[in-house]
Design a protein around this ligand. Structure first.
Ligand SMILES: [Zn+2]
Length: 288
């Protein structure tokens, strides 16, 4: 996971005059339907059309998020723009909320992107509908993280088996890492040399489960990247390492962890710190 320094520029979104009326219409639809929502198993469909137009207006802002996220998925931290269409994910699911059965998180199919046996303990038939058109609730995501793994799962700090339907203005402690909020990945994640990711906080554990960051296809890709990083760090630490070699390797590591790196800069930063004990900021500072 990566924490982006700059939030996406919301100018296009703020200047879109149609969004206020679309929001009002969605609110009207939900406020009319909610009195009949008696048990959490009831269902309110998020409207496919609002005011005669397709309701998926968030798609129009994909490029703003692609730019801010340097084309990378907000969950798996791999560059996806240019290789797939990508999604504007609703971080807080708009239409329904599911509770993941953590004992049955699924099996990734060999040589395919599908997952089998990923099960929900419960499905609550309405979500965070009031955030369907909220700038802070959008995130560029690859289709695999969004549609195959995260779907409508959204962990919060409570007894998830008892979780009730989301309520507007209710205070919740979210347990899914958000790349534009103030959490530092180093406080939540660790990486093993074999490519596995490990949660070291409730947020870290829940994020890995929710976005399926443990899946074997990601482990394999991370392992190759980590092997290179580990070699660079080993060579820098060798007693015979020259100043030129150290400088050159530091530059390489900084490039791999840069904002605009293609794959896994978030992992690069955490791994550097967990191995060296030196923060990423200190490393950047040293080279100025
Ligand atoms: Zn992804």
């Amino acid at each position: 996971m990566f924490r982006f320094a700059e939030r996406p520029d919301s100018t296009n979104f703020d200047n879109d005059d149609t969004l206020d009326s679309v929001r009002d219409e969605v609110r009207r639809i939900y406020e009319a339907a909610l009195p009949d929502f008696v048990t959490d198993d009831d269902r309110i469909e998020f409207p496919k059309k609002v005011m005669g137009k397709s309701s998926d207006l968030w798609k129009g802002f994909k490029s703003d998020f692609a730019k801010a996220q340097h084309g990378r998925c907000g969950y798996c931290d791999i560059r996806v723009v240019g290789t797939q269409y990508c999604d504007v994910d609703h971080f807080r699911p708009k239409a329904m909320v599911q509770v993941l059965d953590t004992a049955s998180q699924g099996t990734e199919q060999d040589n395919a992107s599908n997952v089998s046996d990923r099960k929900a303990l419960r499905t609550i038939g309405t979500g965070y509908w009031w955030d369907a058109y909220s700038w802070a609730n959008f995130l560029l995501s690859c289709e695999i993280c969004n549609r195959t793994w995260k779907r409508n799962y959204f962990p919060v700090d409570c007894d998830m088996a008892q979780r009730s339907r989301p309520q507007e203005n209710a205070l919740e402690h979210e347990l899914l890492f958000h790349p534009f909020k103030d959490e530092e990945p180093i406080n939540h994640f660790r990486y093993e040399l074999d490519g596995r990711i490990r949660g070291i906080s409730p947020m870290g554990v829940a994020t890995i489960e929710t976005a399926g960051l443990w899946r074997p296809s990601l482990v394999v890709q991370r392992k190759k990247h980590l092997a290179t990083l580990a070699r660079l760090i080993d060579e820098m630490r060798a007693p015979t390492a020259s100043d030129d070699l150290v400088r050159s390797h530091v530059r390489t590591i900084l490039e791999k962890g840069a904002d605009d790196a293609h794959n896994f800069p978030g992992m690069t930063r955490v791994f550097w710190t967990q191995i060296s004990g030196v923060s990423w900021e200190e490393l950047e500072h040293l080279t100025r």
